[in-house]
Design a protein around this ligand. Structure first.
Ligand code: 4AD
Ligand code: MG
Length: 439
């Protein structure tokens, strides 16, 4: 690796190193004194861990998380806790002795870990999640690159809402008011006329007032948009992208999956076509179960046609499923102003959501966009939006409008389902929610 010369633990795992002296840098992950020996578990800068055994007299008064450089002979030892190799230490040099009040012990409450996320990034769980996340980013990007989509960077400070005004973060913008972007979609739509199929991976922001296990105030949003696609094409693109990313990530992150105790055989069925259901079928199924929803006034009633699906109904729909489920044809009124109505079934839209199996629910939303100028102007008005803010967006329907569509997928949602973690906050390194903006 250019510029980085230090050896890592993964480098010395090969047989070539047995019996050789090596020098490793890292941090003291755990420390255990036993008879005349001190066992130092060393964590390197990629989170790998190796046991180093020193005669106790050679070790000064070091503490957990001290930064150190260790030299010693690589030995094979089946009893070694990590990987069957350990280091018979000969020299230990300390960069800094960590202060004794390191706030994280072995068992901590979720809140304490969140309050100390800058340090909790050193825990095994967060290290492995971060690695899986990095692989996902890599393979999502790779899929788009291999399939000739162009990566673009839309602005994040914007004038208009995309996904409804209630979740907009407002900010002072010089002498004006602006918002943090909820979605790059409208900008991606502007790009397809000269750049063709485009995609972006940015932060999106939602001032979500609800505290749920699947909402963040800032999340990593992968979005794509292409001219002359159909709803069917979009489902295929979404399905291929997810399958490719999961397959490659499983392959690259065997070790991380093992540490997190994730059985990758549960993803075998991803090779099959994803399940598909219309909104009508989904609602029909929920009605037959007498599925209850709560009205704003707190009263419960059976779900009915026209209700949006939410975290609970999606859980019910996907609880027993082992592959992702596409739901198509949502009522136009539960979707934002830009969706295209289905000319063959009025009041429903050419849209889809992809739901994660085993109850995980919404992973992505997408569909065809309204490309007709009067229809779109009407919808903007009906949504109570200020058409001045959407003047440029309407231009796209004036000058060479074409059928087009795309979708957006939350990476933390994808990761949450993949690693089977309930709380989405564990799928991002520094979570932002209504009650948390630090560290
Ligand atoms: O369903 P959403 O709101 O759709 C859009 O923003 C479209 N404009 C996307 C597009 O077509 N280009 O958001 C898309 C996805 C959701 O399915 C979900 O995975 C994720 O983004 N998402 C969130 N993830 C975490 N926290 C939140 N608060 C999220 N809101 C949406
Ligand atoms: Mg959605």
């Amino acid at each position: 690796m250019v510029g980085v010369k230090a050896l890592r633990i993964c480098d010395i795992a090969s047989a070539d190193y047995i019996g050789r002296e090596v020098t490793l840098r890292g941090w003291v992950y755990r420390l255990r004194k036993q008879k005349g020996n001190t066992f130092v578990l060393l964590r390197d800068d990629r989170g790998s861990i190796i046991q180093c055994v020193f005669p106790s007299y050679k070790i000064d008064d070091i503490t957990r998380e001290s930064s150190v450089q260790i030299s010693g002979i690589v030995k094979q030892d089946a009893r070694a806790p990590e990987g069957g190799i350990e280091i018979a230490g000969t020299n230990l040099q300390v960069f800094q002795v960590s202060e004794k009040d390191y706030p994280l012990g072995e068992y901590q409450s979720a809140e304490l870990l969140l309050d100390n996320r800058h340090l909790a990034l050193r825990t095994r769980k967060m290290i492995e999640i971060a690695k899986i996340r990095a692989s996902m980013f890599k393979f999502l990007r790779q899929w788009f690159s291999e399939n000739d989509w162009m990566e673009v960077t839309p602005p994040l400070v914007v004038k208009g809402s995309v996904e409804g005004g209630s979740t907009l973060f407002k900010l002072n913008y010089f002498d004006d008011v602006a918002f943090l972007s909820q979605s790059a979609q409208l900008y991606l739509e502007a790009m397809i006329f000269s750049l063709g199929p485009v995609w972006s991976l940015t932060s999106s922001f939602r001032a979500e007032r609800s505290r749920t296990v699947r909402h963040l105030a800032e999340f990593s949003h992968l979005e794509c948009e292409a001219p002359w696609v159909s709803l069917r094409d979009l489902l295929q693109i979404q399905e291929n992208l997810v399958r490719y990313t999961i397959d490659k990530t499983i392959n690259e992150r065997q070790e991380s999956l093992k540490v997190l105790k994730i059985d990758s055989s549960q993803f075998k069925e991803l090779a099959e076509p994803f399940r598909k259901m219309t909104y009508d079928q989904a609602i029909g199924g929920l009605i037959s179960l007498d599925f209850q929803v709560t009205e704003v006034d707190g009263k419960a009633r059976t779900i009915r046609w026209g209700d949006d699906l939410n975290i609970d109904s999606e859980r019910e729909l996907t609880r027993q499923m082992t592959t992702p489920l596409f739901i198509t044809g949502y009522p136009t009124k539960v979707k934002p102003f830009y969706v295209k109505e289905n000319p063959d079934q009025l009041e429903t839209s050419l849209t889809f959501d992809l739901l994660g199996p085993r109850g995980y629910g919404e992973l992505s939303s997408g569909g065809m966009r309204e490309d007709n100028l009067p229809a779109l102007s009407n919808r903007i008005r009906q949504a109570g939006l200020n058409s001045v803010d959407y003047g440029w967006y309407l231009d796209l329907r004036k000058y060479g409008s074409v059928e087009h569509g795309g979708f957006g997928m939350g990476i933390e949602r994808l990761l949450r389902w993949f690693i089977g973690i309930e709380d989405i906050k564990d799928c991002v390194l520094f979570p932002r929610t209504m009650s948390r903006i630090s560290p």
